[in-house]
Design a protein around this ligand. Structure first.
Ligand code: TRP
Ligand code: ZN
Length: 469
């Protein structure tokens, strides 16, 4: 049993958005003078009201970055392929810190201003609903992490040999202009230039790498939809290992030499962990996999960066199982609101319990019982996992442990066969997309043919310690 990954402790799309479209239709095809309205400054998530933005969907990010590990200066150019979901007179991107030196929309330079974490862009012409447009943002500066409501650092976190780059829940904006909410997923091309001898690792496949004039450029591509928080370009002095598994998954492991001996026996198990998880959860959702094992003391958590989890130090086997389980739960099937975080953390934690159970460790029942034995005053029961209450609680024990306990209760109620059918129907039905708590509970009822509202109400939403079944 592992509580959160933190070692030391450790939608609503504007309904209004359709109004301008309807208005425009009334007015008729008005060309460049079509009435447009401003896209919203947030995606409508009450936990992180300014994360993400309304009025458009980013289809693709093409990031070209250069980082100087000694001066810690970042030069960036982001080219976003965007679809307007309303006529847009103006729209926001999320970007915190850094200096923006220019913005173009479809090749024409555009007016922009900074307003806190919002980069507000006013194109010369109204962008038409349903059309694609291209935004280029040139920027530079010294990226700094953000502090999350729970006190942890997130985003671009400098290390002694590079940077640990993790964006959950809100740090993506510290290093690229984004629609930074998991509701909006896109494909990514990331090209990063670093001093020769350093390696820059992102998700997806390495298209190529080239050294010139003392610098190395890495070209990465993730073609599957990815939430901004799951993107990384972690930089360091890494030992790299690449191979293809029996299932044809391309593995790229990058390991800080200071963590190498501790990491080796665990990383060796990655192919068997992925094969085991595929048996339980359905086919591995991506084509590439791997690990980034950094030496980043003080970070205190690992992150399930898409295709290639990021560890602040050598992971133990539970952590490897947990972060890779997120590839199904969180990365392929993503949240529409941070309130549903148990769909990520409860599931990844339950994967740890299942792994132990099937690999000579404690049964899931035993893990459940040990937690259930905690007194009603224990922090485990402080709030219900389906309604954590605020952004400061999303990575706390009730989400992880009681979230996993909820799944164990479900398993007992429906039996193993239906339980694993539910998990596989979930990952298959929402692959490369999104899922909500209500969709999960309906699916569980449909597949099992049982009424489960009482169970979910008690375990996900009930205040205090649930009574034993
Ligand atoms: N999602 C991570 C995991 O459990 C944990 C995590 C990501 C986290 N960002 C964080 C924990 C910020 C605390 C603070 O695998
Ligand atoms: Zn997790």
């Amino acid at each position: 049993m592992t509580p959160p990954r933190r070692q030391h402790l450790r939608r609503r799309t504007a309904v209004l958005a359709t109004v301008p479209v309807a208005l425009a239709a009334l007015v008729g095809a008005a060309g460049a003078t079509a009435p447009g309205s401003a896209g919203t400054s947030g995606a409508g998530d009450p936990y992180f009201p300014l994360s993400g933005n309304g009025g458009y969907h980013v289809r693709h990010y093409d990031l070209t970055l250069r980082y100087d590990t000694s001066s810690r200066h970042l030069d960036g150019r982001a080219v976003l392929t965007v679809r307007a979901t309303q006529h847009l007179s103006r729209f926001d991107l999320d970007l915190k810190g850094l200096k923006v030196t220019g913005v173009t929309v479809d090749g024409t330079s555009s007016a922009f201003r900074r307003d806190g974490q919002e980069l507000v862009v006013t194109p010369r012409r109204t962008l038409r609903a349903g059309r694609d447009f291209r935004v280029t943002v040139s920027y530079e500066g010294t990226p700094k992490p953000v502090t999350d409501p729970d006190g942890s650092a997130d985003g671009w976190i400098p290390t002694d040999d590079g940077a640990f780059v993790a964006g959950e829940p809100q740090g993506a904006m510290t290093w690229f202009p984004a629609n930074s909410h998991p509701k909006d997923k896109a494909s990514y091309d990331i090209t990063v230039t670093v001093p020769q001898g350093r390696t820059a690792v992102a998700g997806g496949t390495l298209l190529g790498q080239r050294t010139e004039h003392g610098r190395t450029t890495f070209r990465w591509r993730e073609s599957r939809p990815m939430a901004a928080y799951l993107a990384t370009v972690t930089i360091g002095t890494f030992k790299v290992e690449q191979y293809t598994t029996h299932d044809g998954i391309r593995v790229y492991n990058a390991v800080d030499p200071r963590e190498a001996s501790a990491a080796a026996p665990v990383l060796r198990k990655l192919p068997s962990v992925l094969a085991w998880e595929s048996k339980l959860f359905g086919p591995y959702p991506f084509r590439s996999a791997g690990s980034i094992v950094d030496h980043a003391p003080g970070v205190g958590y690992a992150l399930e960066t898409q295709t290639r989890p990021l560890y602040d130090s050598a992971p133990d086997i539970s952590t490897l199982v947990h972060e890779n389980a997120h590839q199904w739960f969180g990365d392929s099937v993503s949240l529409t609101a941070w309130k549903d975080i148990w769909l990520n953390e409860g599931f990844a934690t339950y994967a740890e319990w299942l792994y132990a159970e099937q690999h000579g460790g404690d049964s899931a029942q035993k893990t459940f019982d040990a937690l259930y034995a905690r007194p009603a005053s224990d922090h485990l029961w402080a709030f219900p996992p389906g309604d954590p209450g605020s952004g400061g609680n999303i990575f706390d024990t009730p989400v992880y442990a009681r979230g996993a306990m909820t799944l164990h209760e479900l398993r007992k109620a429906v039996g193993d066969r239906d339980f694993f059918r539910i998990l596989r129907a979930w990952t298959a039905g929402h692959r490369d997309g999104h899922g909500t708590t209500a969709q999960f509970t309906r699916l569980a009822e449909r597949i099992s043919g049982k009424r489960l509202d009482g169970l979910f109400h008690t375990w996900l939403f009930g205040k205090g310690k649930p009574n034993s079944a």
